[in-house]
Design a protein around this ligand. Structure first.
Ligand code: CP
Length: 332
């Protein structure tokens, strides 16, 4: 649903997110960001990873700065990890409860943004069900304020894309020789779109998008990807298998969508289907998982799963992004 005050305006997002010197000012999409910048962010994120059980990496890079989490859609992982990332960099972090905010009384999204800006919020982390909202906000904030897209309709989820790239890189060093299979509701998935953009920039060997025909993407939105409704063909020899849930909240009419049992039998990433992939394939899922629908529990919790590692990497990636936009604010 598009709020009346938020026109869809997704052109030139790539240009909008860089300053005149090519530095990242907002993070709205991975589309158009160059390879060196993506690799720099992944390298920075790796520097924030610590051994399990150790004290997480901390710094005071954002001391005195304020990060506001504005999630107009539900979230567990993204919101919690931006919260932790901001705090671990020394920022004040505000988690606005949108269900009790004045948007419920009819305040426009821009009035909410201007209100927070007037309270010296420096970074706004925005999740919204409508396409174009992060860019729309980015066009209206003052020069020192950064907007980070934390999930935009079915269009873009750039920090998820970055954490997925980081996780793949930790296991499979050479993107050029990789076959990545994304299985599930590709049509409604911002995760798939950001993964596709990032993987294309890093030169992935082959990207396969596997779904029932009714959930397949527009080929023009994923140039170069192989689109198939055959799971066996899609998984054949794949090095990376990413399962996605059916995004029922974004599907108005469920007619034609397979029922749970049919879907699991034909497209579920289970231990039988996983045998089509390479023996050392990793299994990913952005979460939240619907066990027994798009992924079998034995696979989600099995030896090939890197799903909890994705979550860990999510905090590190968000620290790297916050650090990067925070550096611009610290300049005289
Ligand atoms: N992957 C992801 O965006 O999860 P959340 O919806 O829990 O943030």
């Amino acid at each position: 649903m598009k709020p009346a005050d938020a026109p869809v305006d997704i052109q030139d997002e790539a240009a909008l997110q860089l300053d005149g010197a090519g530095n990242l000012r907002h993070l709205l999409t991975l589309k158009g960001l160059d390879k060196d910048l993506l690799i720099d962010i992944l390298d920075d994120a790796e520097g924030y990873l610590t051994e399990p059980g150790s004290i997480p990496a901390r710094s005071e890079l954002l001391a005195g700065r304020t990060v506001a989490n504005l999630f107009f859609e539900p979230s567990t992982r993204t919101r919690a990890s931006f919260d932790l990332a901001g705090k671990r960099l020394g920022a004040d972090v505000l988690n606005l409860d949108v269900n009790t905010s004045s948007r419920k009384k009819g305040e426009t999204i821009l009035d909410t943004i201007y209100t927070l800006q007037a309270m010296h919020v420096d970074v706004m982390v925005v999740r919204d069900a409508s396409a174009g909202v992060p860019a729309y906000i980015a066009r209206h904030v003052q020069d020192h304020v950064s907007i980070l897209n934390a999930g935009e309709s079915e269009v873009s989820h750039p920090t998820q894309g970055l954490l997925d790239l980081l996780t793949i890189r930790q296991h499979k060093r050479d993107f050029g020789n990789l076959t990545v299979a994304i299985v599930g509701d590709i049509l409604h998935s911002r995760v798939a779109m950001s993964a596709a953009h990032g993987l294309a920039t890093l030169g992935v060997g082959e990207l396969r998008l596997v779904s029932p025909a009714i959930l397949a993407p527009d080929p023009d939105s994923v140039p170069g990807a192989v689109i198939t409704d055959c799971l066996q063909q899609g998984l054949d020899g794949a090095d990376v298998v990413m399962a996605l849930r059916i995004q029922r909240e974004r599907i108005g009419n469920l007619d034609g969508i397979p029922n749970i049992d049919e879907y699991f039998a034909e497209y579920g990433v289970n231990h039988q289907h996983l045998k089509f992939a390479a023996p050392d394939a990793i299994v990913m899922h952005p979460g939240p998982m619907n066990r027994g629908i798009e992924i079998e529990s034995a696979v989600a919790d099995g030896p090939q799963s890197v799903i909890t590692q994705q979550v860990t990497n999510g905090v590190a990636v968000r620290m790297a992004v916050l650090e990067r936009v925070g550096r611009l604010m610290s300049r005289p």
